[in-house]
Design a protein around this ligand. Sequence first.
Ligand code: ADQ
Length: 481
Amino acid sequence: MAKTIIISNRLPVQLQIGKGTINAIPSVGGLATGMKSVHKGGESLWIGWSGLTDEDIHISLAPKIDEALAKHGCTAVNLSEQEVEGFYYGFSNRTIWPLFHYFMEYAEFELDFWETYKSVNQKFADAIIAQSDDDDIIWVHDYQLMLVPQMVKEKKPNASIGFFLHIPFPSYEIFRTLPWREEVLKGLLGADLIGFHTYDYERHFLSSVRRLLGLEVSFNEIYLQNRVIKVDSFPMGIDYNKFSNAAKKKMANAQRSDLQEKLDSHKASAPGTKLVLSIDRLDYSKGIAKRINAFEYFLNKYPEYQEKIRLIILAVPSRSNVPQYQLLKREIDELVGRINGELATVNWTPIWYFYRSLPFDSLIDLYTSCDIAWLTPLRDGMNLVAKEYIATRTKGTGVLILSEMAGSAYEMNEALLINPNNFEEQADTLKQAITMPEEEQANRIEILQKRLSRYNVEVWANSFMETLIQQKEESPARVAK
Ligand code: ADQ
């Protein structure tokens, strides 16, 4: 029977190495949760990097690691420190990530990075080829593995290969600046189905295929020799019930956590006081520094809200050995320090800034306690935080201010959509959010909740898989055995 193979840069488990023991703990991240319905015990295999380099793993531990991973249906691709440097921190995060998020000035076109990216993609492809049968269904995830589909297709022409990109696909004018643009496109075209979060990313991709490779493209199909490749948008959802139920449980619990107490006491400090929340990985694409500047602009434009509003910034450490991320961290530290220094009073600190990852429970405390979520990415493939905030608003109140540049904005028209570069508009929108009548909040939230609960992450994963299987059945290019 054909099985399903999932491939992503990181496995959906984290290894914990103790004295003589090794445990694989399931991750709670969006992808791991999202793929639950596809990655079921015994019927599927997940291939990825464990997060440990060859240098971290003593040779005697390797069999135990394999055993711990196998219990979760996982197989590791082992990488050396040098490979992680060039493939992950290099080409993936210093070339593709900035370029695909329209930060052209940050994109580094280093031949060494590219060579390592190619050889590591080959390693992933070889692991798939070794583990797969001719008729398997293979789902490759994200920008770290864009060459894998073609590498696998060459050796397993009958396998059904899907690829999903979790970040934006940029416009042709941006993409064409990449020195290895044709190779990347050809790598992706090894897939039978290529999925994006939005219709716009899909159109950008098709435009690059047509203009750079000169291939025949009709609506959402690409014709390559005797193959038909389907391209479509699949907006990723969240595990809606997990967030909604956690919030309901919180509401039903009379005992307040320390964090909740702290948030409550701020709200009790003056009537009408509001808490504004932002949660992101610390990444330049998320527009954190601009958001802080816009907040200062708001406090100066509407000084009557000073002492009556607090911005809570939760920034999760990310890619901290890439120079741009270190610079951004310093910029945010300084901005928060300056604004708090200039505007704080004995009773009030305008910005609370946390640079850490919080447990799920605290995340729910923040989502449920904050009156407004303010998410201002300059570019974001989707942005799941926006969806999570809505799912936790079980009382039906709360306002989401969301950047138009996030993929999720396409599905969340009832949020207050803003251009993150326009401070004037953001200041006015923040005021609109603060003064929005509860009835209007409830109307907007209700529509959003209905939509998000219907198009949850399981629906996303299943609809991608169904389209891939259908594509396989309809494809004219089955290679004779
Ligand atoms: P990310 O850039 O990581 O994902 P996002 O979609 O917002 O961005 O997902 C972040 C996830 O991390 C959320 O599920 C959130 O709950 C969690 N998280 C955030 N802060 C946390 C904290 N402090 N502690 C614990 N968990 C925290 C990439 C793309 C996005 C795309 C996703 C999925 O960049 O555009 O939406 O993949 O495709």
